[in-house]
Design a binder for this molecule. Structure first.
Ligand SMILES: Nc1ncnc2c1ncn2[C@@H]1O[C@H](COP(=O)(O)OP(=O)(O)OP(=O)(O)O)[C@@H](O)[C@H]1O
Length: 385
C-alpha cells in the first residue's frame, strides 16, 4: 500500500520514508499515510498526511517528525503540512496489511482458533513472543508494580514489550505505566497505547470510569481472548500478563490461549504469604504451565540509619523457590518512591534507573531474558552430515 504518486518530489519522499507512525512503528510512506509531497518554487514543501483516525492523539508528534525530516531536504525553506483522515476502506486495507485477515487464520492452525475470529498468534509454535504470566496467591503483594517495572526493565534492555492487564478486579497497569489514553481503533484492530517502550492493554480502558464492572465468566474470557487476538501487538519479544490474584479459571483460559506461557510468582517474605503463593504455583502445575521463578517483594526497608529492617519477616521467597525447585529471581526493597512512581505513572525503573529497586528489576529482567530463555528443543531426527 504505497500511495506515493509520480508527482511527489522524490527527495522529499526519501526524507520522509524513515519517519514512523509513533504507534504503528512503520514508515508513514509504507503505511500509505503520505498523500502529497511537493516542493514549491519558493522553497515551501507542501505535505499532506492522512491520519489513521480523526482526532489522532499523536498528531502533534507526527507533525514534529514530518516537519523536521522535510526541513533537512536541500532547497526546503518552509514546510506547509496539512492533515486528512483515512476513509473506512483505507483503514480496512491498513488493518489487513498489518494484522492480516481474521478469516484467513481462524480455526485451522495449531494455535487455539475459534470459528468466527482469528487464531491467537502467541499459541503458534513459531511465535517468537515469550508470554510471562505474573501471578500471586493474593492481592496487594505488588504483582502489578512488579509487572510494570519488569516490563520497563525489559524494554530498557532493548526488547519489544507488551503488557496485558488481566487483573480485572484491580486494573492498575495504565495508571502505573502512565498510559491513561485508550487504544486507537483502526477498523476493529486495537492499537495499544505505549509509554517507556511498553505497550499496554487493560480492562480499565473498557470500563466506564468510576463504575465497578461485574465481569461474568464468559465475558471475561471473551475480553481476554480479544486482548490477545484483536490487539496489534506486532510480535513483541515479551508479553507480560498481570494475572488476577488467586487461582481461578482465568488461569485455565490463559493456559489454553498461551500454551508456551511461563509463570512467575510474586510473594512477600512472611511464611503465611508464601503458603498462599504456593497455591498459585499449584494452579500453574494443574494447567501445565511451568513456574520459572519467584520474585520476593517488600523484602526490607532501609531506614535513615542505613539499617535494613525486615518488616514482613524473611526467607519466604527463598523457601518457596526451594520447595518448587526454581530460582528466586530477586528481592525488592520496600521503598516509598516505588509506590509514588506507581501512583504518578512514572515507574521507578524508568525515572530513577540507578535506585536499588530499579537495579533489582534490571537484574531480574536480564535473568529472564538470558538465563531463562527457553532452550531450543533437540530434534533427534536432525543429523549433522
Ligand atoms: N516494593 C514496594 N515498595 C513500596 N510500595 C510498594 C512496593 N510494591 C508495591 N507497593 C505498593 O503496594 C500497593 C499494592 O501493590 P500492587 O497494586 O502492585 O499489588 P498487587 O499485588 O497487584 O495488588 P492487586 O492485586 O490488589 O492489584 C501499591 O500501592 C504499590 O504502589
Amino acid at each position: 500500500m504505497d500511495a506515493v504518486s509520480e508527482q511527489m518530489n522524490p527527495q522529499l519522499v526519501d526524507a520522509l520514508r524513515p519517519v514512523e507512525d509513533p504507534e504503528l512503528h512503520r514508515s508513514i510512506v509504507d503505511l500509505g499515510m503520505l498523500r502529497r509531497a511537493e516542493l514549491g518554487a519558493d522553497g515551501t514543501a507542501h505535505i499532506l498526511v492522512a491520519l489513521t483516525v480523526a482526532g489522532c492523539p499523536l498528531r502533534n508528534e507526527i507533525q514534529n517528525r514530518v516537519s523536521s525530516a522535510a526541513t533537512e531536504v536541500d532547497g526546503v525553506t518552509d514546510v506547509a503540512l496539512e492533515f486528512t483522515v483515512m476513509t473506512d476502506d483505507e483503514r480496512e486495507e491498513l488493518r489487513k496489511m498489518l494484522h492480516g485477515d481474521a478469516a484467513s487464520t481462524a480455526g485451522h492452525s495449531h494455535a487455539h482458533g475459534h470459528a468466527e475470529g482469528r487464531a491467537i498468534p502467541f499459541a503458534d509454535p513459531g511465535s517468537k513472543t515469550r508470554p510471562l504470566l505474573i501471578s500471586s496467591g493474593k492481592g496487594g503483594v505488588g504483582k502489578s508494580s512488579v509487572t510494570t517495572n519488569l516490563a520497563v526493565a525489559l524494554a530498557q534492555l532493548g526488547h519489544s514489550v507488551g503488557v496485558v492487564d488481566a487483573d480485572i478486579y484491580g486494573y492498575s497497569i495504565p495508571r502505573m505505566l502512565g498510559t491513561d489514553r485508550p487504544p486507537t481503533v483502526i477498523d476493529q484492530m486495537l492499537v495499544p497505547p505505549e509509554k517507556w517502550g511498553v505497550r499496554c492493554i487493560s480492562m480499565g480502558y473498557f470500563a466506564p470510569p468510576g463504575e465497578a464492572v461485574i465481569w461474568r465468566g464468559p465475558m471475561l474470557h471473551k475480553a481476554l481472548e480479544q486482548f490477545l487476538t484483536d490487539v496489534y501487538w506486532d510480535e513483541p519479544d515479551f508479553l507480560l500478563i498481570d494475572m488476577p490474584p488467586g487461582t481461578g479459571d482465568i488461569a485455565l483460559s490463559l493456559s489454553q490461549y498461551l500454551p508456551r506461557g511461563e509463570v512467575y510468582v510474586v510473594t512477600t517474605p512472611q511464611p503465611a504469604a508464601q503458603k498462599v503463593a504456593a497455591m498459585s504455583a499449584a494452579m500453574a502445575k494443574k494447567v501445565n504451565l511451568p513456574v520459572m521463578g519467584i520474585i520476593e517483594n517488600m523484602s526490607w526497608f532501609t531506614g535513615d540509619d542505613g539499617k535494613q529492617y525486615e518488616l514482613f519477616g524473611a526467607g519466604g521467597g527463598q523457601e518457596l523457590a526451594d520447595d518448587l525447585g526454581v530460582p528466586l529471581l530477586g528481592q525488592l526493597p520496600l521503598v516509598p518512591a516505588l509506590r509514588e512512581g506507581s501512583d504518578a505513572g512514572a515507574p521507578i525503573t524508568a525515572v530513577d534507573p540507578e535506585s536499588e529497586a530499579a537495579q533489582a528489576f534490571r537484574t531480574m529482567a536480564q535473568t529472564i531474558a538470558v538465563d531463562l530463555q527457553p532452550k531450543k528443543r533437540f530434534n533427534a531426527e536432525l543429523k549433522v552430515l
